[in-house]
Design a protein around this ligand. Structure first.
Ligand SMILES: C[S@@+](CC[C@H](N)C(=O)[O-])C[C@H]1O[C@@H](n2cnc3c(N)ncnc32)[C@H](O)[C@@H]1O
Length: 315
C-alpha cells in the first residue's frame, strides 16, 4: 500500500510539473539489439546488414540515464530479445539479467516484447507482450510458416511455469490480416493461456508501405474494437486511446502530441525524445497504440488512467 501511495504521489507530481512546462518522460523504450530470428513482412529490422548488439554495461548506463530523467516504466525492444546474450564475470547473461537490473535501479514496471519462437518460461519481466498477428495461417503469412504453433506452445509453457503471470498478445493490423480480427478476438477470449490483446495498426516505414491500412477501414475497425471492448472482450487498448487513433483529415488524431511521455534509446545507442516514426516522417499515419494511450494519459482520461494503474503499478 505504501508503495502504491508513493507511486501515485509521484505521478501527480509528474503531471503537475508537466503543466508548468517541466516535461519529463515517464516511460522509456530501450532497443538492445536489432538481430532477429524472423523476417516479418511488416518489419524492417531483419534487413539491417550488421545487427548491433549492446553490452550489459551499455544497457545499464542507458537504464540509469532514463531513470535519472524521471522515467519509471521501461520496455525492452529489439530485434528478438531472447537472442540477446553477453558474457560477464565468466557467466552468460540473458534478458532476465537486464530485467533484474532495471528492477534494481528502481523501475516500477519492466516489460518485454517477444515473437515467442524461443522458450521464455522463466522470464523475470512484469509483463510479456507476445506478438501475434492473427491466428494460424494469418499469423504465419506475416511471420513465417510454423511460427504460430511455436508461439502457442511457448505461451502454454510460460503459463504452466508461472500461472500468475499475465500474457498479452500484440496484434499489428494491416491490409492483409484485418479480415481475421474477429476470429483473433474470439481465440484470445477463449484461450486459457492468454489474458488480453492489444491492437496496433501498421505504421508504413519504408519498404512496408504496401501494408498500410486505408483510413476508412482503420476507423471502422476502431469502432468495432470499441464495441467489442464494451461487450467484454479482453482488449487492453482503452476506449479513449482507440478514439485518439482515428484518422481524420489525413492524420491520426493524436499525431505526435503527447509522444514526449516516452523517450527512446535505439540500438545504435542514440537517445531521442521522439520515436523512430518521427525521423521516418510517418507520424500522421502512425499505428502505434501507445501514441493514443499517451495522449489520453496526458488529457487525464479516466479510463486510460485506470487501465494504466492496473497494468503498470505494483502494490
Ligand atoms: C520490432 S518487433 C521486435 C520484438 C520481437 N522480435 C517481435 O517480433 O515481437 C516489436 C513490435 O513491433 C511491431 N512492429 C514491427 N513493425 C511494425 C510496423 N511497421 N508497424 C507497427 N508495428 C510494428 C511488431 O509486430 C512487434 O509487436
Amino acid at each position: 500500500m505504501a508503495s502504491f501511495l508513493r507511486q501515485a504521489a509521484y505521478l501527480v507530481w509528474w503531471q503537475v510539473r508537466g503543466w508548468f512546462g517541466r516535461r519529463a518522460p515517464l516511460q522509456s523504450v530501450i532497443f538492445i539489439l536489432d538481430q532477429c530470428n524472423l523476417r516479418c513482412r511488416h518489419c524492417s529490422v531483419y534487413a539491417i546488414d550488421r545487427p548491433r548488439i549492446k553490452t550489459l554495461a551499455q544497457i545499464r548506463k542507458e537504464l540509469q540515464y532514463c531513470y535519472d530523467l524521471g522515467s519509471r516504466f521501461v520496455d525492452f525492444e529489439g530485434g528478438e530479445l531472447y537472442l540477446w546474450k553477453d558474457r560477464q564475470g565468466g557467466r552468460t547473461c540473458t534478458i532476465d539479467d537486464v530485467v533484474d537490473f532495471a528492477h534494481e535501479i528502481g523501475f516500477w514496471n519492466v516489460t518485454i516484447t517477444t515473437n515467442a519462437q524461443l522458450p521464455f518460461d522463466h522470464s523475470h519481466a512484469d509483463h510479456i507482450w507476445v506478438s501475434m498477428d492473427g491466428i494460424g495461417k494469418w499469423h504465419d503469412d506475416i511471420r513465417g510458416e510454423g511460427t504460430f504453433a511455436r508461439m502457442e506452445e511457448n505461451i502454454r509453457r510460460y503459463k504452466c511455469a508461472q500461472p500468475k503471470a499475465r500474457v498479452c498478445v500484440n496484434m499489428v493490423i494491416n491490409n492483409r490480416n484485418y479480415p481475421c480480427l474477429d476470429q483473433t478476438l474470439e481465440y484470445v477470449q477463449a484461450s486459457p493461456y492468454i489474458d488480453s490483446i492489444s491492437v496496433n495498426f501498421h505504421t508504413p516505414f519504408s519498404e512496408t508501405e504496401e501494408l498500410y491500412l486505408e483510413p476508412s477501414v482503420r476507423n471502422r475497425i476502431i469502432d468495432r474494437l470499441i464495441d467489442c471492448k464494451h461487450r467484454g472482450y479482453p482488449i487492453v487498448n482503452t476506449v479513449s486511446g482507440l478514439r485518439a487513433m482515428r484518422i481524420a483529415d489525413g492524420r491520426t488524431a493524436c499525431t505526435n502530441r503527447s509522444c514526449w511521455i516516452t523517450n527512446f534509446i535505439f540500438s545504435d545507442g542514440s537517445r531521442s525524445p521522439k520515436c523512430m516514426g518521427y525521423t521516418h516522417d510517418v507520424c500522421d499515419r502512425c499505428g502505434f497504440s501507445m501514441g493514443g494511450e499517451m495522449r489520453s494519459v496526458w488529457l487525464l482520461k479516466p479510463d486510460t488512467l485506470l487501465a494504466g494503474m492496473r497494468l503498470r503499478i505494483r502494490n
